[in-house]
Write a protein that binds this ligand. Sequence first.
Ligand SMILES: Cc1cc2nc3c(=O)[nH]c(=O)nc-3n(C[C@H](O)[C@H](O)[C@H](O)COP(=O)(O)OP(=O)(O)OC[C@H]3O[C@@H](n4cnc5c(N)ncnc54)[C@H](O)[C@@H]3O)c2cc1C
Length: 382
Amino acid sequence: MSYDVVVIGAGPAGSAAAYECARQGLSTLCIEEHGTIGYPVQCAGLLSNTAFAECRVSERSVLNKVSGARVISGMGSEILIDAKTTKAVVVDRGALDREMAESAANAGAEFRLRTAAYDLLGTTLMTRGTNGREKIPFRLLIAADGPRSTIARLCKMPRAKTYLAGIQVDLLHECDPRFVEIYPDASPDFFGWMIPAGDGRVRIGLCGQYQVPERFAAFQKKFGTNATHLVTGTLPLGLMPKTYGPRTLFVGDAAGFAKPTSGGGVYTGIRSARHAAAVAASCCETDTFTEAALGKYEQRWQADIGRELDFGFRIFQMRQKISAPDMDVLIRALNDPDIIRTIVEYGDMDHPGVLIKKLLCKPAILRCAAPLLRSGLLSLFP
Ligand SMILES: Cc1cc2nc3c(=O)[nH]c(=O)nc-3n(C[C@H](O)[C@H](O)[C@H](O)COP(=O)(O)OP(=O)(O)OC[C@H]3O[C@@H](n4cnc5c(N)ncnc54)[C@H](O)[C@@H]3O)c2cc1C
């Protein structure tokens, strides 16, 4: 049987794409190389309220709700941001991914598990899995096959600009369940985190470009070593230069949609998937798969999240130049009642640009402008 759309990968981006395609009446197949959707988990599971709403699931996967964050410098300064209302949820990503896949299946998408795509011959996808080797004809492919995207490699697409490695463990550890803790110096080119995951458990992790296992071993010592769950993963940052190829649209981590400021990729991955599904529906309806027709996908996501992702990548580049002493100065400067009020009012994990622009107008921040100037951050603004 030939499908209108074949989606590769049943992560949040793949299931969101499959759901939207099926809902619009397209014959849709989603293939997933693993036997259980959502495993292995490669995520800290922290989602802003907006990101969680974008998943369109029940609260079944929610383990904890957080209202703020404590940012702790390696040199002793710290700041507490408490919005006194839920700002984000901590989820069981395995459960979340499965519920999203169930919604897509209920909308009419067909799922084939333990089935991996390994080659492309024109409009035929080659897979191997429980049914042996299969040739699956399609009209359009949506590649949602994550950071190592086989489809991007087969299409010879230039990839994301930067890849971060991440390590995280779950531990039993006492903490205030209302607050995430951020440790910028635990990983000087990104950051480390402690996320309360309910029932006295926390997720301790970091992402970075260099010496990640060594940094993680040093960081974990603060919290204990009896881990009950270990996660390792890759985070592509900086979008691939072109997010579509012949009869193919790339969504989620396969295209590098994760936010370069936080590493969060669920929200942007799902947004990209919805745009891909809308373009898939229009291409299938008009039987037009030209460069111009597929290019509408890029126009759509650019208009929605393109500016924020571009701005975020510039912030990520600036962050590489902020030393530990400069970070300490910045955290001290942020610890001011007016600034904390501004962070509570404008802080948005999915759109950090708005807050950063507001903060750079504050006298207390401008007083510590030396580290900002050294990092080049102020040059972002006219
Ligand atoms: C340590 C770490 C912590 C993170 N924490 C957060 C966080 O707190 N919040 C957040 O929003 N984001 C977080 N992220 C990022 C987030 O996990 C990803 O951005 C998100 O999972 C991307 O979704 P996706 O659907 O594009 O890809 P994935 O979730 O990677 O799904 C891709 C799917 O494709 C399947 N697949 C791959 N190749 C094939 C093939 N050839 N054939 C068939 N199937 C295939 C895979 O098995 C997988 O199921 C974190 C990432 C890391 C590494």
